[in-house]
Design a protein around this ligand. Structure first.
Ligand code: ADQ
Length: 465
């Protein structure tokens, strides 16, 4: 069996353990590597005075992790710059927040080259190479230039933007051309995959071949949707662990008979947190009888704090919850509990189970695993209701959720009202259908279908180099 080489921006030994505080992606990768063997390669997350390409190898819980440090300029231009101030906002439809600095583009190209140079000697001829996410789009091309003829795939965890937005990026053709050095490129949904195809057909003069592959730039690639899932059974079992039960009990006591709405997000402007708070405020204004009866627990963990836009959204959000709470709270009730703590997976599972409604209302999201985790954690005898943004990739699969437009405050408020009043029979019917989907399209199915695509590329002996 071929080994798997997974390349992702950030790798740490605790991620490889699938530590209990880690999110879906780290667990997905560790699970894949445990099954197939191979190496997980990426940046250590550490800064070195100068880039040396020295590799630190460790074996953690059956996963071989190879990391290298980057220098400060690399981190600034590649990670904080091009990845998180250019591609992330652009791919989430926020051209108003997108930084188009040349130095960022240069840093992105340089770091992808450096990482490819470091990784290339570790790759054996039969290995399957699986590159993760927007930080590393040019990695495949860099490896090909160094002679790698392996089957290579790329998976994009975030949306692919409409071509009208993508063309605002200087050197957008170069970025798309880089995608054609892979054998397989995967997207979360058919919608993002179609957006990629539309660019290829209408901007790059490409064509679709009879076997479905795309042809452009003198190369071909297979582009397909591979919706990521969660380890549904594993997550469900977390509710029965001591940590899961303790957080469930603690939350039930703290609810004191009230209804609870829950939101769990990385603190990011794409997650629609301000809009969510405003929708909740609207609900309480329109239905004063719900005051003291319902509250929102919003857990939003700080992320990317070196990027100014993230500092701004964090302080705006605190100010907004402060304003709403100040205006509405009573001596024994606060409408929004605004929490920034990182929770363990067990604690999260217990919190989801204690919630009556989940608010997953991003303005744009590749998939959103919180929606799936919430469903997996519910008690089937008395399940909660999922309110889900139509702009999350998850909405393409989770049709039995209450699907909302997160930009329309009144619509979200109406959906929350409906969720709070939904009869048990309807909640159970919707939950069953959602749970069936979460269990079928789980993490293992995602991993296996992508790796299968790579194996097919290898067996076809096609070398795009
Ligand atoms: P993210 O943008 O990080 O991921 P998401 O899919 O919601 O978004 O995953 C977040 C993960 O972090 C979840 O597993 C969640 O439980 C965890 N998490 C969030 N807050 C936490 C807290 N306070 N404590 C502990 N855990 C917390 C990117 C894309 C998504 C895509 C995923 C996977 O932006 O669209 O679904 O990758 O492909």
């Amino acid at each position: 069996m071929s080994r798997l080489i997974v390349v992702s921006n950030r790798v740490s030994p605790t991620q490889a353990q699938g530590a209990s505080s880690q999110g879906g992606l780290a667990m997905a990768i560790s699970a894949a590597l445990r099954e197939y063997g191979g190496i997980w390669f990426g940046w250590s997350g550490q800064a070195a005075p100068a880039f040396t390409g020295t590799i630190a190898m460790q074996k953690v819980d059956g996963v071989t992790v190879a990391t290298t440090d980057l220098d400060d300029q690399d981190i600034q231009e590649y990670y904080n710059g091009y990845a998180n101030r250019t591609l992330w906002p652009l791919f989430h439809y926020r051209i108003d927040l997108t930084a188009y600095d040349r130095s960022y583009g240069a840093g992105y190209a340089r770091v992808n080259g450096r990482l490819a140079e470091t990784l290339h000697p570790l790759i054996e001829p039969d290995d399957l190479v699986w590159v993760q996410d927007y930080h590393l789009i040019p990695m495949g091309r860099e490896l090909r230039e160094r002679g790698a003829a392996n089957a290579m795939g790329f998976f994009l965890h975030i949306p692919w933007p409409a071509r009208e937005l993508l063309v605002t990026l200087p050197r957008h053709r170069d970025l798309v051309e880089a995608m054609f050095h892979y054998d397989v490129v995967g997207f979360q949904t058919a919608e993002w995959c179609d957006a990629f195809k539309a660019y290829v057909l209408h901007e790059a003069g490409g064509t679709i071949l009879p076997d479905g592959r795309l042809s452009a730039f003198g190369r071909t690639v297979r582009a397909e949707a591979f919706p990521i899932g969660i380890d549904a059974q594993g997550f469900r079992h977390l509710c029965d662990t001591p940590g899961g039960q303790a957080s469930f009990q603690r939350m039930v006591e703290s609810k004191a008979g009230r209804r609870m709405l829950i939101g769990v997000d990385r603190l990011d402007y794409s997650k629609g947190l301000e809009e969510r708070f405003l929708a909740f405020e609207r609900l309480l204004q329109d239905h004063p009888s719900l005051r003291r009866e319902v509250f929102m627990l919003q857990i939003s963990t700080h992320s990317r704090e070196d990027v100014p836009e993230y500092q701004e959204i964090a302080s705006r959000l605190d100010a907004l919850s402060g304003r709403i709470n100040g205006a509405m709270a009573e001596m024994d009730w606060v409408p929004i509990r605004n929490v920034h703590r990182l929770h363990t997976r067990e604690e999260l599972a217990g919190l989801y189970r204690a919630a009556d409604v989940a608010l997953v209302t991003p303005l744009r999201d590749g998939m959103n695993l919180v929606a799936k985790e919430f469903v997996a954690a519910q008690d089937e005898a008395d399940p909660g209701v999922l309110v889900l943004s139509r702009f999350a990739g998850a909405a393409a699969q989770m049709r039995e959720a209450l699907i909302v437009n997160p930009f329309a405050r009144e619509d979200v408020a109406d959906a929350i009202k409906r969720a709070l009043g939904m009869p048990l029979e309807e909640r159970q019917r919707r939950w069953r259908a959602l749970m069936d989907g979460v269990e079928t399209d789980d993490l293992m199915a995602w991993r296996d279908s992508f790796v299968h695509g790579l194996q097919q590329a290898r067996d076809a002996g096609r070398q795009t180099g």
